[in-house]
Design a protein around this ligand. Structure first.
Ligand SMILES: C[S@@+](CC[C@H](N)C(=O)[O-])C[C@H]1O[C@@H](n2cnc3c(N)ncnc32)[C@H](O)[C@@H]1O
Length: 214
């Protein structure tokens, strides 16, 4: 599920680390404060951490440096092989947000950066339901990703991208499944999480959810 972007990421894997430095003007705003965003997610992580969509392993490396026990999940073979080259001592497995190998230790924190939008809203709900069963009370989900306060705000960003001749960005915003804060709030409420949203750059929000007693 949600693996329809694999070809795109296999292709992008070789130049991905250059894109995140903000050298591509179309994606400059998306990746403003990229390192700071990853560090923020890592700072809020504790214990054994399950990371989805590790890409080239940039967040994984920061979590590892912090001394956390990290398990990475990544569906693109190209991305996985770059991450494995960088992080030889870390387990990085083939899988996605919904279908992934069983981890035989209790998970304290589930993290992901720049990836949750690859799931449709229905798939996001399936994933959060699954994490609700995986996490103990007090366990946390810490995601950073592009989300919009409202559907109107999303449409404005798409129009703004077209006006600036950022056609690849506009297409990306239309093709992938960027959602809104009210949709995510509703999903987290349903599965027993309290959730907070904090804006980190013109596109990316920090999504912090904690599993409460049911
Ligand atoms: C934009 S990259 C982000 C990589 C990294 N997390 C970062 O912050 O730089 C998105 C990653 O999500 C992965 N991805 C795409 N669909 C996915 C899915 N359904 N489940 C998990 N990861 C997925 C892609 O293969 C890619 O590595």
């Amino acid at each position: 599920m949600g693996r329809e972007f694999n070809d795109l990421f296999n292709e992008w894997s070789h130049s991905y680390d250059q894109t995140v430095t903000g050298h591509d003007p179309e994606y400059e705003e998306v990746f403003i404060d990229y390192e700071k965003i990853l560090t923020t997610v890592a700072k809020k992580s504790k214990g054994t951490v399950l990371e989805f969509g590790v890409g080239t392993g940039n967040l994984t490396a920061i979590l590892n440096e912090k001394g956390l026990n990290v398990f990475g999940i990544e569906p693109s073979e190209g991305m996985r092989s770059i991450a494995k080259q960088k992080l030889k001592n870390i387990t990085i497995l083939d899988g996605d947000f919904i279908d992934f190998p069983k981890i035989d230790v209790p998970i304290d924190t589930i993290v992901s950066t720049y990836a949750f939008h690859h799931l449709t809203d229905e798939e996001k709900e399936i994933a959060i339901k699954k994490y609700s069963n995986l996490l103990h009370e007090g366990g946390r989900i810490i995601f950073a990703d592009t989300v919009f306060p409202t559907e109107e705000a999303k449409q404005e960003k798409i129009q703004e991208s077209l006006d600036r001749n950022f056609h690849r960005l506009a297409e990306d915003l239309q093709r992938e499944y960027y959602t809104t804060i009210p949709v995510l709030q509703h999903i987290f409420d349903q599965y027993g999480f309290t959730v907070n949203f904090t804006k980190l750059n013109p596109f990316v929000w920090l999504i912090e959810a904690q599993k409460e007693r049911r």
